[in-house]
Design a protein around this ligand. Sequence first.
Ligand code: FES
Length: 116
Amino acid sequence: MSDFEVVGKVSDFEEGVGKAVPVDGRMVAVFKKEGQWYAIDDLCPHMGASLAEGYVEDHTVTCPWHAWRFCIKDGTWEDNPRVKVESFEVKVQDDDVLVRAKDEPEKPADEGEPAT
Ligand code: FES
């Protein structure tokens, strides 16, 4: 079972704005939204943009490069829900924000039908 890693202080994060942080050797996009915390893989599966730099509306982040949209709650690609990026557990302890690293990569998601 992997451990939580401290990724910053609560005050390092802005409401509704993503922030990329290193967790266990990879970048994870952390979002604070309406009092809740979320973390998904920072790497857009399309061409590798940072999802933390995307625009957040409701619980959707839009990739800054080509506007693929992902749910910040669970990483689902909203234009093709059979595909997701990884999501991570987040917790706040005292003033620290912590993200739980993954033990090993999840199985690759089903590619599904090509987007048209
Ligand atoms: S790199 Fe994210 S949509 Fe293209």
